[in-house]
Design a protein around this ligand. Structure first.
Ligand code: NAD
Length: 259
């Protein structure tokens, strides 16, 4: 099979380290022939992400804190100056205060709720708006969600509410941007050991218990999430928009289990 993303340029936001889902996606995009532009959140991630970007042969490695409009404007300015055309945009970003992922959901503060919603959901809207003028050939916007958007997952709390807003945003954005040939989808990934996931209290227990219940009897490999991202970004995914695709070893279909 020819490289699925040959001739395409992809922007990947949310790279922090080698364990980031964004890294697995960037590596799969590279394998499929895409030109990569990657971003990192701030100075703390810069050195590591610059090393990863060099390893991946990324054409650009840019700083962008998605909660700052000035950073998003700067990103657009860089694209304008370099005459960039984007075919795929991967939003692999979320954040909530650690204490909001440990105490009862009812205790969530106004500011904690707003922060999680801003970084984890609104940022997809802002990123899509900023990237749209550069997606002149149409293309694909992808984001990462989790089952906690539609079911109660212990300790996922305010992040589940933010993911629900993210998934609804995917549908509204897909409706808005479809006429421009831009498809917008989410991948709902099964639990994967990353820096963000470790912020959820008892996350390890979820990983331990899931293989006994999931139809495929194992946890999710980030490479499987990445391959679904390749499909969605490629011409193979041309009829799919406004969707949430589960890549979770089938866990989300299960009801009561006695094993
Ligand atoms: P990660 O910690 O490697 O990635 C999260 C990224 O978000 C980091 O690169 C971080 O720098 C970035 N980020 C946070 N706030 C930001 C801001 N203000 N501006 C720019 N970037 C910011 O963890 P991950 O698990 O790879 O998470 C990526 C996405 O996958 C998230 O949306 C997460 O909710 C989602 N997801 C993760 C899992 C899992 O189990 N790991 C499962 C389903 C969905």
């Amino acid at each position: 099979m020819p490289n699925l993303l040959e001739g395409k340029t992809a922007l990947v936001l949310g790279l922090a380290n080698r364990w980031s889902i964004a890294y697995a996606i960037a590596a799969a995009f590279k394998r499929e022939g895409a030109e990569l532009l990657v971003t990192y959140q701030g100075e703390r991630q810069r050195e590591t992400v610059e090393e990863l970007a060099a390893e991946l042969g990324a054409a650009k490695c840019l700083c962008c804190d998605v909660s700052r409009d000035e950073d998003l404007d700067k990103l657009a300015e860089t694209f304008r100056e370099a005459n960039v055309t984007l075919d795929a945009v991967v939003h692999s970003i979320a954040f909530a205060n650690r204490e909001d992922l440990a105490k009862p959901f009812v205790e969530t503060s106004r500011s904690g709720f707003a922060l999680a919603a801003d970084v984890s959901a609104y940022s997809l809207v802002a990123v899509s708006r900023v990237c749209k003028p550069f997606m002149t050939r149409g293309g694909a916007v992808l984001t990462l969600s989790y089952l906690g958007a539609v079911r109660v997952v212990e300790n996922y709390n305010v992040m589940g509410v933010a993911k629900a807003a993210l998934e609804a945003s995917v549908r509204y954005l897909a409706s808005d941007l479809g006429a421009s040939g831009i498809r917008v989808n989410a991948i709902s990934a099964g639990p994967i050991k990353t820096a963000s996931a470790r912020g959820v209290k008892n996350f390890g227990k979820i990983l331990d218990q899931l293989p006994a219940i999931a139809p495929l009897k194992r946890n999710t490999d980030p490479a499987e999430v990445a391959d679904t991202a390749v499909f969605l970004a490629s011409n193979l995914g041309r009829g799919v928009t406004g969707n949430v695709i589960y890549v979770d070893a089938g866990f989300q279909i299960m009801g009561v289990a006695t094993t």
